[in-house]
Design a binder for this molecule. Structure first.
Ligand code: FAD
Length: 504
C-alpha cells in the first residue's frame, strides 16, 4: 500500500493520507477488496494497541489493519522530562497479577523496572497530622498497622485477594475464544451478579455493610481512592476495590517507560499507522455495508473546515473515551443516534518538581523524618491528593545516574504559585501535566456495550467498571474476539457461560 508506514514514529500529513487512500482505493482490485477484511482502529493507547495485536492474531496476515492516532502512541501511558531524566506522567503502576501486561512485557522483549528498596517512607496525612508513618523495618510497619487498624487490615487484604483471583478468570475465558458484548458480561464472568452490583453502590457503603471501622475507611481506604483515582470513598465499589489493589505490594512498571508496550504491540500487529485525528464515522450504505472514517482538516486561513474520507472498513474499533471533553466523534447516517456518553471524566493534575519539599510545613524538624510518599486521607490546606518521590523510567539498582527522584504531586486543580511555594522550599524546575484522567465514578455507573452497531466496537466502555492499563487491555482483547466471533458467525463464543474445566 502506497505511502503507508509501520508504527515507528513516522508521521504522515493528513493530506498525504487522503491522497494515498484515494489512490489505493482506486487501484485496489475487486477481488482483494472482497477477500481481506478491512479494520480501522481509532486510538493507539493500550486499548487500541492491544486490540490491534489480538486482531492480527485472530484475522491473520491478510487482514487490512489501519490505526489512527491523533497524538502520541501510548495515550495515557506517557512520560515527562524534568531535571534531565524521564518519568512516567500517566499510568504508572501495574499489579503483579495483571497477566496481560505481564505477558506483553515478556513477549515483547521488555522488562520490569528495578524498584528502589531504600530511602522510601510512606505516611498518611489527614491535613493536620500524620495518622500513620511507615517504619524502615517492614515487620514494625505491619505491627504498627495491625495495632492501629486491627483485623480490618487482614479482612481487606483477603477481600482484595479474592477480587484479584476472580479477575483472573477472564484470562481463561479469553484464551478459550469467548467474548462478551457488554461490560456486564465481563464482570459476570469474573464474579457473577455481585460484581455488576459493585458498580451500582459506593465503596463506603459496601465496606460499612461488611463491618469495617469508620477510622479504617477514612484512612486506609481513602488514600487508595485519592491517590489512584483522585476520588473519595463514595466512588463506585468495583473501581474502588481496584484502587485498593493499586496500593498493594509488588507493583511494577516497565523499564524504559510503560508506553513502549503500546508501540511494540503496534509493531507486532503490523498495522498501518496514520497520525491523524478522526472526526467522524459514517455508515456506508449499499449491498456490503461498512464504515467510512472521516478526517477533518484543520480550518484554512478563512476558517473553512474541509473533511475527507480516510478509508472504508468492514469493522471499526473505537479505542478512546467518547465522553465530554475527550473524543468528540460524529456518527453519521446511523439508523439510531449514537450519542449516549454523558458521564464526565475526572480531572487529575500531575505536577513534577525538581526541588526540596518543605518538610517543616508537614510538622517535621528534619528532612530524614519526613515521609517521601505522603498520601492524604482528605482535602487539606495544600490542595493535594498526594506528594511522593518518583524515580526515572530507566531506574536501575547500582546505577547512581538513574536514581534521581523528583517530587510528583497529584491534585484535583492546578496548584497556584502560592501553594507550590508552601509545599516546596526550592524549585529548580516544575512541569505540569493536566489530565482528564479516568471516569468520575458516581454510582450507579452506566455500563454500556462493546458493540455500538453491527461491526462498530467501543473498547472504553470497560473504563466505567474501572480504569487501569490491565482493565483496558482486557477490553482490547475482548473487543478483538467479539469482532472476530461476530464476523465469522461464531455465536457459541459470544456471551457464553464459562465453566472452567475441573479435574473430575
Ligand atoms: C494520571 C493518571 C494516572 C494513572 N495511573 C494508572 C496506574 O498507575 N495504573 C494503571 O493501570 N492505570 C492508570 N491510569 C489509567 C490508565 O492510564 C488508563 O486506564 C489507560 O491508559 C486507558 O487507555 P486507553 O487506550 O483506553 O485510552 P488512552 O490512553 O486515552 O488512548 C486513547 C488514544 O486515542 C487517541 N485519540 C483520541 N481521539 C482521537 C481521534 N479522534 N482520532 C485519533 N486518535 C484519537 C488519543 O490521542 C490517545 O492516544 C492512570 C491514568 C492517568 C491519566
Amino acid at each position: 500500500m502506497a505511502l503507508t508506514v509501520l508504527s515507528r514514529g513516522v508521521l504522515i500529513a493528513p493530506f498525504c493520507l487522503a491522497l494515498s487512500r484515494f489512490v489505493c482505493y482506486a487501484k485496489e482490485s475487486e477481488q482483494q477488496a472482497e477477500s481481506a477484511v478491512r479494520i480501522g482502529v481509532i486510538g493507539a493507547g493500550i486499548g487500541g494497541s492491544s486490540c490491534s495485536f489480538y486482531l492480527r492474531q485472530l484475522f491473520g496476515k491478510d487482514a487490512e489493519l489501519d490505526v489512527y492516532e491523533a497524538g502520541e502512541i501510548g495515550g495515557r501511558l506517557a512520560t515527562v522530562s524534568i531535571g534531565g531524566h524521564v518519568y512516567e506522567s500517566g499510568a504508572t503502576v501495574i499489579h503483579p497479577k495483571n497477566m496481560y501486561m505481564q505477558r506483553f512485557v515478556r513477549d515483547l522483549g521488555l522488562k520490569h523496572k528495578d524498584r528502589p528498596t531504600t530511602g522510601k517512607k510512606m505516611g498518611f496525612y489527614n491535613g493536620e497530622e500524620f495518622v500513620f508513618i511507615e517504619s524502615q523495618w517492614s515487620v514494625v510497619t505491619l505491627a504498627k498497622m495491625f495495632w492501629k487498624y486491627g483485623f480490618d487490615l487482614l479482612k481487606l487484604r483477603k477481600a482484595v485477594g479474592v477480587l484479584i483471583e476472580n479477575f483472573s478468570r477472564i484470562y481463561d475465558v479469553h484464551d478459550n475464544g469467548i467474548a462478551y458484548t457488554s461490560v456486564e458480561g465481563i464482570l459476570n464472568a469474573m464474579g457473577g451478579r455481585e460484581y455488576v452490583n459493585l458498580t451500582k453502590v459506593s465503596l463506603a457503603e459496601v465496606l460499612k455493610e461488611h463491618g469495617y471501622a469508620d477510622e479504617f475507611v477514612a484512612d486506609m481506604v481513602s488514600i487508595a481512592a485519592r491517590v489512584n483515582y483522585g476520588q473519595q470513598t463514595n466512588m463506585s465499589a468495583f473501581a474502588g476495590e481496584v484502587s485498593l489493589a493499586g496500593v498493594q505490594g509488588g507493583l511494577w512498571s516497565v523499564h524504559g517507560g510503560n508506553k513502549q508496550v503500546c508501540s511494540r504491540l503496534l509493531e507486532k500487529s503490523k498495522a498501518t499507522l496514520y497520525k491523524s485525528t478522526v472526526s467522524g464515522i459514517k455508515l456506508a450504505k449499499g449491498d456490503k455495508p461498512g464504515y467510512y472514517l472521516i478526517i477533518a482538516e484543520p480550518p484554512d486561513k478563512n476558517g473553512n473546515i474541509s473533511a475527507h474520507v480516510a478509508g472504508k472498513y468492514d469493522i471499526i474499533v473505537i479505542a478512546t473515551p467518547l465522553h465530554h471533553g475527550k473524543t468528540d466523534l460524529k456518527f453519521k447516517s446511523f439508523p439510531k443516534e449514537i450519542t449516549n456518553f454523558p458521564d464526565p471524566f475526572h480531572r487529575t493534575v500531575a505536577t513534577y518538581v525538581d526541588g526540596e519539599l518543605n518538610f517543616r510545613a508537614f510538622g517535621f524538624d528534619s528532612k530524614e523524618d519526613c515521609p517521601t510518599e505522603i498520601l492524604t486521607t482528605r482535602d487539606n490546606k495544600f490542595g493535594i491528593n498526594s506528594v511522593a518521590h518518583n524515580y526515572p523510567v530507566d531506574y536501575q539498582k547500582g546505577k547512581t545516574e538513574t536514581q534521581k527522584p523528583v517530587w510528583k504531586v497529584f491534585s484535583r486543580e492546578p496548584l497556584t504559585d502560592n501553594q507550590l511555594g508552601t509545599l516546596f522550599t526550592s524549585r529548580k524546575e516544575t512541569k505540569v501535566v493536566d489530565w482528564l484522567a479516568y471516569p468520575h465514578y458516581d454510582p450507579p455507573d452506566t455500563l454500556s456495550s462493546f458493540e455500538l452497531h453491527a461491526g462498530l466496537y467501543y473498547i472504553n466502555s470497560v473504563e466505567w467498571a474501572a480504569s487501569a492499563m490491565e482493565m483496558v487491555a482486557v477490553g482490547g482483547r475482548n473487543t478483538a474476539l467479539l469482532a472476530y466471533n461476530k464476523y465469522h458467525g461464531l455465536n457459541d463464543k459470544i456471551d457464553a457461560k464459562w465453566k472452567p474445566k475441573t479435574e473430575l
